[in-house]
Design a protein around this ligand. Structure first.
Ligand SMILES: Nc1nc2c(ncn2[C@@H]2O[C@H](COP(=O)(O)OP(=O)(O)OP(=O)(O)O)[C@@H](O)[C@H]2O)c(=O)[nH]1
Ligand SMILES: [Mg+2]
Length: 251
């Protein structure tokens, strides 16, 4: 992992949003922190299963490498990220990463994704790039995901193969290009909204193939409300850009 200029090893802050991931967090954190130069910001939304306490115990185990944000406001994946990203962008690191805490996103891909930020402003850990794959995911979930990507690409004009992946690495300068004050999605639609904002700001978007593994512990947080928001947000973003499709240079 080297910086965009290639002079020293790249450093990164990984944002981990959590809602009831007490079983998964102790398995995930060591495999992230085994990579040198990585730090963590765990953003817990008042989990009922003690995830917040588990996060604090891990922070004590890895002094100086983990910060824990205990949110108090309205719950939501998008709201959590929207609070964490601007904060993370103030850290003295080269790259800001985001990933799920349910072991679906294997940290083994972080070095390649971080390295790819030397070529792209935003790098997606892609389930649909050549060489990628899905494991332990029911057919209906895969179909929903493929359908969601087709929908998003058609409405917004984004060209990335996986516009709804929550596994991404951002050059820190690219995070500063997003207009966070107008990011409003509360749930998973945040992922589409921020990718559109990045593309609109002129960020280049690349993809690294990953093997996505469906969650084995804990429950899904995909609610009907979150799903409805995902249908509306691509249109809302399109209106925001006054029917100008985002200029995307994804490969
Ligand atoms: N802080 C916070 N994190 C959340 C919230 N909802 C989900 N998450 C986290 O966001 C990540 C992705 O959520 P998942 O529940 O795995 O969503 P999914 O991958 O679409 O669905 P499944 O894997 O089937 O459960 C996980 O790390 C969750 O713990 C939320 O409201 N607040
Ligand atoms: Mg998941």
């Amino acid at each position: 992992m080297t910086t965009a200029t290639g002079t020293r090893p790249a450093t990164a802050l990984v944002i981990l949003p959590t809602l009831n991931e007490a079983k998964n967090l102790p398995l995930l954190v060591p495999s992230i922190l085994e990579h040198e130069g990585l730090r963590l910001l765990i953003v817990d939304d008042r989990s009922a299963d003690g995830t917040g306490e588990v996060a604090e115990a891990l922070a004590a185990e890895y002094p100086g490498r983990i910060e824990v944000m205990h949110r108090t406001g309205k719950r939501g994946l998008g709201l959590s990220y929207a609070e964490a990203f601007p904060l993370a962008a103030e850290a003295e690191v080269d790259v800001i990463c985001q990933m799920d805490a349910d072991l679906s996103h294997d940290p083994q891909y972080l070095p390649a994704m971080i390295a790819a930020t030397a070529r792209f402003d935003v790098v997606i850990g892609s389930r649909y790039a050549e060489g990628a794959g899905l494991e332990n995911w029911p057919g209906y979930r895969a179909a929903l995901s493929v359908g969601a990507n087709t929908y998003v690409r058609t409405v917004t004009g984004l060209r990335a193969k996986d516009c709804t992946s929550g596994y991404r690495c951002w050059r820190r300068s690219a995070v500063h290009q997003v207009r966070w004050e107008r990011v409003g999605a509360e749930g998973f639609a945040f992922l589409v909204e921020t990718l559109c904002e990045a593309a609109q700001a002129g960020c280049s978007i690349g993809e690294v193939p990953v093997l996505f593994v469906g969650r084995r512990h804990g429950a899904s947080k995909l609610t009907a409300r979150v799903f409805r928001e995902s249908l509306v947000v691509p249109w809302r973003v399109l209106m925001r850009f006054r029917r100008r499709r985002p200029k995307v240079t994804s490969r």
